[in-house]
Design a protein around this ligand. Structure first.
Ligand code: A2P
Length: 275
C-alpha cells in the first residue's frame, strides 16, 4: 500500500498514513489566494481520471488514518492536464482549515469517482445557457465555460457571479481572461460568453442579488438580451442553500422544469460545498 506524508509536521519525521482505498494521492502544483475567504489550487491529474465538466469529486488531506473528505466541484475543464479547485476558507472547517495552508509539492487525496448534476447531459438542447453562481458556486461553471462541447451545444453562454465584495469577483474575471486567451476555447467563446458580476455588500457600479437583478429585468437590460424563456434557454444554478432555493423558485415561476442525469430538462441545481 502507498504511504504519503502528512503536511507540515513540525517536529521529527512527518507521520505516514496509508492512501485510502479508491483514492488518488496527487501533488499540489499551484495555489492562489484571492481573499482571506477564498483560494484556488491546482493538482496533478491522474492519467486514468475521467470526469464530465461541471462534476464534483471528494477531496481530503493525508493527515489522518481516516481523513476528512469534502465534495469539491472541479473547476478545470475535462481536457486540462491538471485539476483545479476553487475553495472557501473556513477557520474551524474540518478540511478547509488545513487545506488553505497547502503549498506546491504537498499531497491532496482525491476519490476516484466524480459525479454531479451540473452537466450538459442533464439539460435538453437549447440556444442560450445561463450559468448562475454566487461565491465559490462559480467553480463548476469555470469547467463548463471552458468545455468546447458547451459551445457546440449552445449559441450563447451567460455566466453570472454575485459575491459580497469586488475582490471576491476576481476568480470569475480571471476565468474570462483565461477563456479569451486560450487558442481553442477563446475562438469558440468569442462574442458568445459573457460574464455578469455583481456585489451585494461593497458598493460597486453593479450591485444586487441575482434574484433581484433578474426579477427587475436589470440583467436583461444591462446585457441587451431577451428575458429568460424555457423554450430557448437552459439554466445551471450553483451557490448556497438559500440562493439555490430562491433561484430555483424564480426559474420555476418562469416555467422552467428541473432536470437530472436520468431525465434531462430545462434547469439543474447543485449546492456550492463548504467544509
Ligand atoms: P448577501 O450579501 O445579500 O447575503 P456568501 O458569501 O454568504 O455565500 O454569499 C455569496 C453571495 O450570495 C452574496 O452576494 C449573497 O448576498 C448572495 N446570496 C445569499 N443568499 C442569497 C439568496 N437567497 N439569493 C440570492 N443571492 C444570495
Amino acid at each position: 500500500m502507498q504511504n504519503v506524508s502528512a503536511l507540515r509536521v513540525d517536529a521529527g519525521a512527518p507521520a505516514q498514513f496509508p492512501v485510502p482505498a479508491n483514492c488518488y494521492a496527487e501533488t499540489v502544483v499551484s495555489v492562489k489566494h484571492y481573499t482571506d475567504r477564498l483560494f484556488s489550487f491546482r493538482i496533478t491529474r491522474p492519467q486514468a481520471f475521467r470526469f464530465r465538466s461541471g462534476e464534483f469529486v471528494m477531496i481530503g488531506l493525508p493527515n489522518a488514518e481516516k481523513p476528512v473528505f469534502r465534495a469539491y466541484s472541479i473547476a478545470s475543464p475535462s481536457w486540462d492536464d491538471e485539476i483545479e479547485f476553487f475553495s472557501i476558507k473556513v477557520l474551524d472547517g474540518p478540511l478547509t482549515s488545513h487545506l488553505q495552508k497547502i503549498q506546491p509539492g504537498d499531497t491532496v487525496l482525491m476519490r476516484q469517482k466524480s459525479t454531479g448534476t451540473l452537466v450538459l447531459d442533464a439539460l435538453m438542447p437549447g440556444k442560450r445557457l445561463f450559468l448562475i453562481s454566487t461565491g465559490t458556486g462559480i467553480a463548476p461553471f469555470a469547467s463548463v465555460a471552458r468545455d468546447p462541447e458547451t459551445y457546440e451545444k449552445f449559441e450563447q453562454v451567460i455566466l453570472t457571479h454575485t459575491c459580497r465584495d469586488h475582490l471576491e469577483l476576481a476568480y470569475g474575471e480571471e476565468l474570462l481572461a483565461r477563456v479569451n486567451d486560450d487558442p481553442l476555447i477563446g475562438e469558440m467563446a468569442a462574442g458568445r460568453l459573457s460574464l455578469y458580476s455583481s456585489t451585494t455588500r461593497e458598493i460597486t457600479p453593479r450591485m444586487g442579488r441575482i434574484t433581484r437583478l433578474i426579477e427587475s429585468g436589470k440583467l436583461y437590460a444591462d446585457l441587451g438580451v431577451a428575458p429568460l424563456d424555457p423554450t430557448t434557454d437552459r439554466v445551471m444554478i450553483c451557490g448556497s442553500m438559500h440562493m439555490l432555493k430562491d433561484v430555483k423558485e424564480l426559474v420555476e415561476s418562469l416555467g422552467f422544469t428541473e432536470g437530472s442525469n436520468a431525465k434531462p430538462a430545462e434547469f439543474v441545481v447543485e449546492r456550492a460545498f463548504v467544509g
